[in-house]
Structure formats: structure tokens, C-alpha cells
Design a protein around this ligand. Structure first.
Ligand SMILES: Cc1ncc(COP(=O)(O)O)c(C=O)c1O
Length: 394
């Protein structure tokens, strides 16, 4: 099988697996226990905190371990909203193509009387920092904008957005789940106040993530319970998972240059290959995207059929459409960059991993071409397009 769905999740690295298995076997003490065996687990936990902090340019006491990216997003946004409410500031700026962990949290706040401004991400899938500045008001308590988009991989001008937020004294959170471990992220250089990340997106385990909270920025626990994580996240820490995530992150960050050098030409080769398919288009900016992401729309076909036929050919990819999750709505990300419903339904996301070979790449291009042509062969939409009964959009 050729696995090209690394934006959904990644294979755990050998270092991450080794760390995890060693710890569950040998260091199973509770880090809150005062005896030596508990303190060994505590030492492992604190070393992981130092490693994670170093990987993003933070201080160890600025890291809160969570169950993943979704929890980190929820905690950051709900905390900023709570503080905003106390100060009489109930306006939040975000974008239309955030992950649902952000969008659904913002919707919840909207029902509680917050006003949410969702900025346009334009055709290239990139937010404009000047538009962020124009959207900030006296009563804005938070700007939350993702670092890299999970479907189309486009990278946002985080440093500039952070600068604008500093200038106006507004807290800035970024969902960096698709960026950390894939591109260089430094919370100081990037002017970030809060950042969410998730272990399973950079070869760590699932169900573990972290939230960076800059010293001085207020944060509340979402979970009532014990005093773990300095009272900011109750619940016995998942020490093996956390240490395993830290091992994966350390390795990913050390390999960032090699990762970029290997995957950028592969990504561009696939984009070039797929561009030979008539009536198709790349989604998102061609260059300003993570090295691993290719996202294409093909007119006249359904993304789900494309995925299933690629699966038959041994290729595990993803569709931007939400149909797979039981909804008939096309991807909100593709709609946000201006794709119409029919076109957004025919999308394919290929998210690469470092182990991809040249042979895999050529096989993927050939297979996608074959499957698109095959599906168009019996698509009534395609027949109408060819017969001139409908206008081509792409
Ligand atoms: C951009 C983004 N944010 C948040 C999440 C949620 O992360 P987790 O699966 O760790 O809860 C994901 C996962 O797909 C993501 O891609």
C-alpha cells in the first residue's frame, strides 16, 4: 500500500515506538506520586516538556500537555473568551477555513453572545495580515488563525498576523497542528501567544498533544479534577504518550531541512503530473504550502468514487469532501477558497510521507489519471459538460 494520507495521521517513528513501549513496560508510576518510582515518571514528563518547548522556541513552563489538537484548540479559545468576557470584550477574529475544532468552538461562543468575524482566505487559501488588522476592534479579545491548512496545506503569514495582534494588544492563537514538525515554527519569532499541536501528525502517538501558552497569557483548565499541569489540565498525565510525542517531535524538527528538500520536488512533480488532466485545478497556492500537500479538483467526478478506486489500486489518499463522514456537504475549506459545490465534490488530497519513492510518485500520477478518465466515462455531469449542456468551470 502507498500511504499518502499523512495529514490525517502519520505512522509512528521508530524512536516514538521505542520510547512508548519502554515506558509503558518500565516506567508506569504516577508522576504525582512522591516516592522514587513516581518521580522517575515525573522526570520523564519534565524532560519531554523541555524537549517540546525547545522544538518551538518556548520555555518548558509554557507547555501544557493535552489529549491532542482538538483539546488544545478548545482550551485556548475558551480561555481567551472567558478573559474577554470579564473585560467586556466579546469579539473574535478567525477565518472561514479553520479546522472544526476551532469553528465549532467559535459557534458555541456565538450562541453565548460572542461576535465572530470569519475572514476571507481568498482563492489562494492565504489570509491577508492587513485584513486581520482591519477586522480587529476595541472589543476584540482573540485572533485565532491556523498556521497551515489541513486540507490544502497553505501556510499563513503568521509572523505578520502576530505582529498586528501585538500592536493592538490582542491575544493571538494559532492551530499549528499541520505545521509543527513539518515547517519551522518558532513562537518568539512568529509573535504567537498560544499554539496548538498534535503528536500523531508528526509521527508521534494519537491522543496526545500540547498547548503552548506564552508566560503572562491567561489560561483556564477545561477539565475539573487534580492539580496536574499546574492546575491547567486535570488528569493523570499520559507519560508514555507524551514522551513518545516529544521523541517524534525532536526527530522531526531535526530533520526539517531534509524533509523539505525531499518532499518539495515530489509534491511539485505530482502537481505537474496531475495538471495534465483536463478540467482540473490545484487547490491553494502552488508554492506557499507545506512540502507534503497536494490537493486537486477534477470536474465531473465524485471524490469518494475516486478514493475508493485508488484504494483498489493500493493508494490510501483522502478527499476534501465531508461525504465520507456521512454528510453530503462539500469541504468548507474548498468552498472558502471559492470552489463551487460541484467542483469541490471532486477533490483529492495527497499528503506525502518521507518514505515515498520515485516509483510510488509515477504510480500515483498514472493511477489518478486512469481513475479520473474511467469515472468521467460514465458520469452524467461529465457527459453534459462535454455535450455543452453545462459550462466547464475548470
Ligand atoms: C488543523 C487541525 N487542527 C486540529 C486537529 C485535531 O487534532 P487531534 O486529532 O489531535 O484532536 C487536526 C486533525 O486533523 C487538524 O488537522
Amino acid at each position: 500500500m502507498i500511504y499518502v494520507d499523512n495529514a490525517a495521521t502519520t505512522k509512528m517513528s521508530e524512536a516514538a515506538i521505542r520510547t512508548f513501549t519502554d515506558l509503558i513496560r518500565d516506567t508506569y508510576g504516577n508522576p504525582s506520586s512522591l516516592y522514587e518510582f513516581g518521580q522517575q515518571a515525573k522526570d520523564v514528563l519534565e524532560q519531554a516538556r523541555r524537549d517540546v518547548a525547545e522544538a518551538i522556541g518556548a520555555q518548558p513552563n509554557e507547555i501544557i500537555f493535552t489529549s491532542g489538537g482538538s483539546e488544545a484548540d478548545n482550551q485556548a479559545i475558551m480561555s481567551a473568551a472567558k478573559i474577554g468576557e470579564i473585560r467586556g470584550k466579546k469579539h473574535i477574529v478567525s477565518t472561514a477555513f479553520e479546522h472544526h475544532a476551532v469553528l465549532h468552538t467559535l459557534n458555541k461562543l456565538k450562541k453565548q453572545g460572542f461576535e465572530i468575524t470569519l475572514l476571507d482566505v481568498h482563492e489562494n487559501g492565504i489570509v491577508n495580515a492587513a485584513e486581520v488588522e482591519a477586522a480587529i476592534r476595541e472589543d476584540t479579545c482573540l485572533v485565532t488563525i491556523m498556521y497551515a491548512n489541513n486540507e490544502i496545506g497553505t501556510i499563513q503569514p503568521i509572523k505578520e498576523i502576530g505582529e498586528v495582534c501585538r500592536k493592538h494588544n490582542v491575544t493571538f492563537h494559532t492551530d499549528a497542528v499541520q505545521a509543527v514538525g513539518h515547517i519551522k515554527v518558532n513562537v518568539i519569532e512568529d509573535n504567537i501567544d498560544m499554539l496548538s499541536a498534535s503528536g500523531h501528525k508528526f509521527h508521534g502517538p494519537k491522543g496526545v498533544g500540547f498547548l503552548y501558552v506564552k508566560k503572562g497569557v491567561g489560561i483556564f483548565s477545561l477539565i475539573e479534577g487534580g492539580a496536574q499541569e499546574k492546575g491547567k489540565r486535570a488528569g493523570t498525565e499520559n507519560v508514555p504518550g507524551i514522551a513518545s510525542m516529544a521523541a517524534a517531535l525532536k526527530e522531526s524538527v531535526a530533520n526539517l531541512d531534509a524533509y523539505k528538500a525531499k518532499l518539495t520536488p515530489v509534491r511539485d512533480r505530482i502537481i505537474k503530473g496531475l495538471s495534465e488532466i483536463p478540467h482540473s485545478a490545484l487547490n491553494g497556492d502552488a508554492n506557499n504550502r507545506v512540502p507534503s500537500n497536494v490537493n486537486y479538483c477534477f470536474e465531473g467526478i465524485e471524490g469518494e468514487s475516486l478514493l475508493l478506486l485508488l484504494d483498489d489500486k493500493g493508494i490510501a489518499a483522502s478527499s476534501g469532501s465531508a461525504c465520507t463522514s456521512g454528510s453530503l456537504d462539500p469541504s468548507h475549506v474548498l468552498l472558502a477558497i471559492g470552489r463551487v459545490h460541484d467542483v469541490a465534490h471532486g477533490s483529492l488530497r495527497i499528503s506525502l510521507g518521507e518514505d515515498i519513492t520515485d516509483e510510488d510518485v509515477e504510480y500515483i500520477i498514472k493511477s489518478v489519471k486512469e481513475v479520473v478518465e474511467y469515472l468521467r466515462g460514465f458520469s452524467p455531469v461529465w457527459r453534459d459538460l462535454v455535450a455543452g449542456k453545462r459550462d466547464f468551470i475548470l
